[in-house]
Design a protein around this ligand. Structure first.
Ligand code: ADP
Ligand code: MG
Length: 356
């Protein structure tokens, strides 16, 4: 549990009033752009950086003043931080050695930890004789060998290439579930965070922007920032005209768009209409399905074949090009550059957010 953590560096708040409950046994990721305060929050939690104010509680106990070692938390760093002169087994044994664990128990626990990360055959090697992925697994084994209640990880896969990273995501997640450990995981990689997390914490400028399950934040972003950070997004700026029956969204270019009845809206007259690209369907002009939907005519200005989807950029006469992601499946109409199309979407897939 973090309570109103604050850290100031040279007159600006790196972390500014961060409070959150970290549910036991869950995989919690902190995600945000570079400089948003993720590492500083994690380092305060680990005990390497003292907060200017606020408290850190572990199972109700205030650990804010404790040294990193006496907090008893596991830690995995991006650069592995392995001891080069020690073997794999000695690296993993290190946290137990400093805890003065009996020899026989150390041997058994190290063997178990290496088994879990599938490194048993490498126990007697030195770290430099291992691949990057294997070194990261040694760091992982070292973090879990003393069975900490919480493991903190800061961009642990940042140095690995994309394919290996995905494989390690799956391994770390499986290990976390098997051990039922609480993990707090820092990353700037949205897909990685979505793949692994029970709960995501979106950070922006030292503050928490939104906390929620990946699907919840993706489908129901509370701010334009949170929505844009988690994937592709269409944001149309405009204003809301409230009618007796239903409200209407007036786009920047003056087009009127239907809104779902009772759609929550931000205070004030201006708003951002938020719409994920995969909710947009493109039809030839006049081919729209009819019925009540959001609809804008436009001209196809970009076609990107991305394999699993075709991403279209449609000029609908607004400030930004409207993005439509169409799955690469049989029977979908294919549009070419310059085609006149109608972009259409279900009303319930739009959200009104505060225009920023
Ligand atoms: P993130 O991990 O999200 O990239 P950080 O927590 O590392 O962000 O940094 C947050 C802000 O605090 C940044 O503006 C960074 O420059 C500043 N900062 C972090 N550590 C220090 C430090 N030791 N001294 C001065 N400024 C720092
Ligand atoms: Mg960082």
């Amino acid at each position: 549990m973090l309570e109103q953590l604050r850290k100031n560096y040279q007159g600006s708040n790196a972390v500014d009033d961060v409070s959150m409950r970290i549910p036991t046994g869950q995989f919690v990721s902190m995600i945000g752009p570079s400089g948003s305060g993720k590492t500083t929050t994690l380092m305060m939690t680990a005990g390497f950086v003292p907060p200017d104010s606020g408290r850190i509680l572990l199972d109700g106990k205030d650990i804010t003043a404790l040294t990193p070692q006496s907090r008893g938390l596991g830690m995995v760093f991006q650069n592995y931080a392995l001891f080069p002169h020690l073997t794999v087994a000695q690296n993993v044994a290190f946290p137990l050695e400093i805890r003065r664990t009996p020899r026989a128990e150390i041997r058994e626990r190290v063997a178990q930890a290496l088994e879990m990360v599938r490194l048993s055959p490498y126990a007697e090697r030195k770290p430099q004789a291992l691949s990057g992925g294997q070194q990261q697994r040694v760091a992982l084994a070292r973090a879990i060998v003393f069975r900490p209640p919480v493991v903190l990880m800061d961009e642990p896969l940042g140095a690995l290439d994309k394919n290996l990273r995905y494989q390690m995501q799956v391994e770390i997640k499986e290990l976390q579930q098997r051990l039922n450990t609480t993990v707090v995981y820092v990353t700037h990689d949205q897909e990685e965070a979505m793949n692994m997390s029970d709960l995501m914490v979106i950070m922006n400028g030292g503050r928490i922007e939104q906390v929620g399950a990946p699907r919840e934040i993706y489908e129901q972003p509370r701010t334009v920032f949170a929505g844009k950070f988690l994937g592709e997004a269409n944001v149309l700026l405009g204003s809301i005209e409230s009618g007796a029956q239903a409200s209407v969204f007036i786009t920047g270019a003056g087009r009127r768009l239907a809104l779902a009845p009772g759609l929550p809206r931000p205070p004030g007259k201006t708003a951002a209409l938020f719409l994920r690209p995969e909710k947009v369907v493109l039809q030839p002009i006049g081919g729209a399905a009819g019925g009540i939907a959001g609809r804008l005519p436009g001209i196809v200005r970009r076609v990107s074949f991305l394999g699993h989807i075709v991403r279209y950029g449609v000029d609908v006469g607004e400030r930004d090009i409207l993005i439509a992601d169409v799955p690469n499946t049989r029977g979908r109409p294919v549009h070419a550059l310059g085609d006149a199309v109608e972009a259409e979407w279900p009303l319930e897939d739009t959200h009104l957010l505060e225009a920023t």
